[in-house]
Design a protein around this ligand. Sequence first.
Ligand SMILES: [Zn+2]
Length: 189
Amino acid sequence: MKTNKNIPCDECNDGFYEEVCENYTAITSDDNKVLVRNLRFKRCTKCGDEIFSPQSSKIVDKTIADFTEQLRTREIELLWEDLGLDQTAASEALGLGAKTLHRWLKGTQYPNRSMGFYLRAMVQFPEAFQWVKERAWRKKNRLSQSNTSTTFPELFSQLEKEQHNEASTKLEALRNFNPVKEFRRISVK
Ligand SMILES: [Zn+2]
């Protein structure tokens, strides 16, 4: 197995790759550092370029997956089943591109750490999923987030103005309202 001990480096074309076995620090997609203990890989004696066998890569991937509590393909399938919609509808509801889920299920890409947490929460709390699905935050403030604003910007600003005026009028009426005066008027009658 030591036959190709002297692979020339294709980075610097000067050194050779030398097999090392040491603690290796991998960087996750979220910029977290993960320590992989006693990893075997090759490093150029001159420029320090590192190469990994498929087996070593697997060990790194596995360590990162454990550290980030990564969702496995099967878990992702189950999550989507639990969401109770077909895959496309559930992806749409969660704001994911249709291809993203496909990649996750194929195992060519994984949800990152925070996305994994988010997905787990969505399944654990159906009302939260419902809330996201409905984009409920848009309902909070009248028309401001509806499509009207983008489709008809002029109409929207007009509506907003009217709404604002209406609110000002009500506020004005409230300020001028004197409960004592009102009471007297009624009692006289
Ligand atoms: Zn090199």
